[in-house]
Ligand binder design. Sequence first.
Ligand code: PLP
Length: 386
Amino acid sequence: MARKIGFSTISIHGRERRKQPYGSLVEPIFQNTTFLLDDLKDLEGIIAGHGFIYTRVGNPTQMILEERMAHLEGGESALAFASGMAAIASTMMTLLKKGDHIISDEVIYSCTHDLFDGFASRLDIDVSYLDLSDPSNLEGAIKENTKLIFFETPANPTMKLVDIKKISNIGREHNLRVIVDNTFATPFIQRPLELGADIVIHAATKYLCGHGDTIGGVLIGDQELVNSVRGGGLKDFGGCISPFNAWLLIRGLKTLGVRMKEHTKNANEVARALEEEESVESVLYPGLPSHPQYELAKEQMKYGGGMLAFLMRSEDDVRRLLGRVKLCSLAVSLGSVETLIEQPYSMTHRGYPEKEKLGIDARLVRLSVGLEDVEDIIADLKDAME
Ligand SMILES: Cc1ncc(COP(=O)(O)O)c(C=O)c1O
């Protein structure tokens, strides 16, 4: 029986080692817009999915990234985009039409929520926002025109988890597509397709890149779906990734496994240190036994990951902390080697409707624990809290 290749080997070499042009060890950047055809017969092959015609719909550097992400997530195929939002929007625009209904978890990234609300109202697409951390909420919300279920797990910013297996089973019974935004976990920690989901989406901008220098997005799913989004949302809305950014993501992926292990190690220690702090009421980290869904985390996540959130005793405590940190950077985004800290209430989730009810309180702080020495991260937070 063929031996299964490990995650990091795939992330560095792909599933099969392929010779690069001129014997280059590293994958090349094809920084071109168009491709030369020998004759019109070439077109038939390109339409059938072999070869390239124009970089908006396919390019060899994008293809390397896509193949690697498909293998890492355990999917049949993948498609790269200019951003995570381009991936989400292009997928939705391809799969949905006027009069459809979708179900989303009520806690998601705010721009995804804006997209659902904005295009939903304009295109007459109905969206129900539910707490999918309780799968029993789902059955009653499914309608005749429901097409898909969307959620993040862990969710941005509250670190709430959704049971991928249970939701996917319900989705399958009702013939609904289940889409998981796997940005916070990455395939190193959680592989939603293996748990029954149909589609995985990433803001590749975050951990897949890992260095805070590239915006990108990826969709992973079956070949038919990828073909339809390539020929639909990607082609017509044009949110393609540049070859250079695709190359930066290929480079980022090579260290994804080692980075996620270190992010997890640091986040675990930071989470435990925060639990000791007087000004911290509670810490939300899937790697801590105090997380309300710790058992589910152990079932579907290999590690706790690098993201955590904590609730402080007062909003003044939050303001003081954010004004005083020196090593931790007050900034939106996540998944970088630098530790990033933010208040979702006033920053990433500023315009989010009814946010307090969903746990996006002014006392909530989101922390993307970086790869600095963990003693230094903890000292910075403790000094700023004093
Ligand atoms: C969970 C999640 N999904 C999607 C996105 C959108 O990604 P991008 O900023 O690359 O468009 C973000 C951005 O923060 C995110 O946190």
